[in-house]
Design a protein around this ligand. Structure first.
Ligand code: ZN
Ligand code: ZN
Length: 251
């Protein structure tokens, strides 16, 4: 025989640190206590067994982990798009005298002249400028906002942007020189592959495939000529020609 007991205390003190938006569903988690005879054959020596059952289903139902995880996944997907937009901008506009990003523009132009150099430069050399930009944008966001969903998105987005030049360098490296896990992720489409990035360097009319995290956006942007349309809009509005209209990739 089981006797069900129910605590008279509410869970509210535990949830004080949980964002208000998650509280109602968190309260669906319940604790059930029951008193159960240990052995029916020895009623005099019955032991009372206390069972505490925490409903894991209730925990998952609260979305306390699911929502930040989904936000992180969105950050990973959108970081690829962000890397493509930034790469397109510095490949096509501005020069070494452009404020804040002049050195990045110069480095991007150098990369199109000598693409293999990215594979022999150290990680810090490839990524320090991105790290500096991320520090000054992410830190205020993290300090200003205490929402785990925002943190999930921002942290994954920033992580992917920070490492996008490393993903780019791996896409220029021969498979035989890469760690097996990186090759597996490239083959699965989780990281930018050499097969996909080569489109960016061999097209002589206009640049393509700018995205350098996973490359998941490249086909969408290339097939729909999104960057070409943007270039035409900017040319009509401001009279500025992108470098891709006049410079072959090999320059
Ligand atoms: Zn480029
Ligand atoms: Zn490249």
């Amino acid at each position: 025989m089981a006797v069900l007991l129910q605590t008279k205390y509410t869970l509210s003190p535990i949830t004080n640190n949980i964002p208000r938006s998650h509280r109602p569903s968190l309260l669906r988690a319940r604790v059930t206590c029951s008193l159960t005879p240990a052995k029916k054959s020895h009623p005099n020596r019955e032991k009372l067994v206390l069972e505490k059952r925490l409903s894991i289903i209730g925990g998952f139902g609260s979305h306390i982990l699911l929502e930040p995880a989904l936000a992180g996944y969105a950050g990973y997907i959108l970081a690829d798009l962000g890397s493509g937009i930034y790469h397109w901008a510095i490949d096509n506009y501005g020069d070494e005298s452009t404020p804040l990003v002049g050195t990045q523009i110069e480095a991007a132009r150098g990369h199109h002249k000598w693409p293999w150099i990215i594979t022999i430069r150290q990680f810090a050399n490839n990524s320090h400028a991105l790290a500096r930009g991320i520090t000054f944008t992410v830190l205020p966001l993290v300090l200003a906002c205490n929402d785990p969903v925002v943190h999930g998105f921002v942290s994954m987005f920033a992580f992917c942007i920070l490492f996008c030049q490393q993903c780019h360098a791996w896409a220029h490296e021969r498979k035989s020189k890469l760690p097996p896990l990186v090759v597996a992720f490239q083959d699965m489409g989780l990281l930018l592959s050499r097969r996909q990035h080569v489109n960016h360097h061999r097209h002589h009319r206009t640049y393509m495939s700018y995205c350098i995290v996973s490359g998941v956006w490249n086909n969408v942007l290339d097939d729909n000529k999104i960057f070409e349309a943007l270039e035409k809009v900017l040319y009509v509005q401001f009279g500025v020609k992108p470098r891709s209209w006049s410079h072959p990739n090999s320059e």
